[in-house]
Design a binder for this molecule. Structure first.
Ligand code: DC
Length: 222
């Protein structure tokens, strides 16, 4: 498979990348790959092994014993950690916090980027993350940098949690989003930034259908 057929979607946490990528994947019959889930799987591993995620030496010492595998069931991505399906453990706040910390280590990034590039060689993918356009798929036919203001992203997250009946404070969510942005944008290895040839889409005042429609149109015009 030619990696240039793929779409890269990067952007900050909460910009709606995964929802949009799934919509586009359905329409264009592509495989959606959620790379954040892979960093989250490594975060779960640090938790289970009692490894401090900031401790790069401890992480790298045992990292070759970690096997992250992606499989698909009914079109949904499942993540296996050393053979166990950990998909249902990936989305909690502590895992997100740890994922942000382990994703700073170059040994972790190398391992996961290799896996992501292997997946992109095997299928036509739409992949979302932070470094897809800059590092993982530098030759992707279309690179999107999807963003929205921190306030809009916090509003969306607040509404999502409320709908699930989860008690939360707007100010805390906004502060977490700003901190996650700072951490992802300032790390030394592969910081979050738009690729030079990416199309920047600010979804603050757009519906999901409008954003997905625009990406599909851009892809078809390439
Ligand atoms: O997209 P997400 O919230 O599931 O990502 C979890 C963490 O992983 C996030 O803090 C940034 C990191 N990440 C990364 O560094 N590179 C990627 N390609 C995807 C995610």
């Amino acid at each position: 498979m030619n990696m240039t057929d793929s779409i890269a979607i990067d952007g900050p946490a909460g910009a709606g990348k995964s929802t949009i990528a799934k919509m586009v994947a359905r329409e264009l019959d592509m495989i959606y790959v959620d790379t954040g889930a892979m960093y989250r799987a490594v975060a779960v591993w640090t938790c289970d092994e009692g490894i401090v995620p900031e401790d790069e030496c401890a992480v790298s010492e045992k990292l070759d014993k970690v096997d992250v595998t992606i499989s698909y069931h009914d079109g949904q991505q499942r993540v296996l950690l050393n053979g166990d399906d950990v998909t249902d453990r990936l989305r909690d706040e502590e895992t997100g916090r740890r994922a942000s910390l382990v994703s700073k280590h170059s040994c972790v990034r190398k391992k996961l980027v290799d896996l992501q590039q292997k997946l992109a060689r095997e299928a036509r993918v739409i992949m979302d993350g932070r470094d897809i356009g800059t590092k993982v798929l530098p030759d992707a036919i279309l690179k999107i940098f999807l963003t929205a203001s921190p306030e809009v992203r916090a509003d969306r997250r607040f509404a999502e949690l409320k709908e699930k009946g989860i008690d939360c404070e707007y100010d805390k969510i906004l502060a977490d989003i700003k901190e996650r942005d700072r951490s992802d944008e300032t790390r030394k290895v592969s910081p979050l930034k738009p690729a030079d040839d990416s199309v920047i889409l600010d979804s603050s005042d757009m519906t999901q259908d409008e954003v997905a429609g625009q990406i599909i149109k851009l892809y078809r015009s390439r």
